[in-house]
Design a protein around this ligand. Sequence first.
Ligand SMILES: [Zn+2]
Length: 250
Amino acid sequence: MRVNRQRFRRAGLALGALLLLAVGAGYVVYREWRVPLLQRPVNEAIRRWFDDPAARDALATAFDAPCPGYPFLVPSSGFVGGLPWNAAYGPYNIFNPHPGIDIFGQSDLGTVPVRAAYDGWLTREADWVSSVIIRHDDPLNPGATIWTYYTHMANADGSADFIAAAFPPGARAVPVTRGQVIGYQGVYNGGPESRPVAMHVHFSIVKSDADGAYRNEAVFENTLDPSPYLGLTLNDADAPQFPLRCLPPP
Ligand SMILES: [Zn+2]
């Protein structure tokens, strides 16, 4: 009886130690690999763009006018859709895919123009360092209101922004026309403490609430696939081919 109890205690201790080890190892795996496990591998075109500057011309596109038959102008030049809408590549993942498109320019910081994608009314909230948002009558759904959002238009620490002087912080519903320069590509991503980003502009189409106010543009579900507005394959699920070429008119 006594022997059995001793064995039982020893087995219990061993089991407890094993459990502790397993939980510890599980935690380390979760902490170190949680995000990569959920992410798809990095898009090959993005790797080429950053690893081989000589390959950039073959990936870049400049759109001087909207694709024939489509309402929106591509708002900047460079590697258009380098990170497509709905992409689960880092820092995004399948639970939080990219809510817009990234356009990576090829020139100096603060010199690659960012243009209004469509006629509308531009707002820049008082505390927005590098972002503007434009309200539009939705050309694909007459009567509906959508917004286009543009961000990263400042230097890394936010001490200098590259937004056009006509749109100071607090600007509200300033009329703009398609193609009008609203700023220049930058690298601001929340300040010196934030993850650094390469120079680009992030562009997204944002849904509105019933009262017409824009929803939180950082939430994927609040955004729209930009492909039918721009006439380009920009949904990652549709496997965009770079450089992007205009789709046939709808
Ligand atoms: Zn982005």
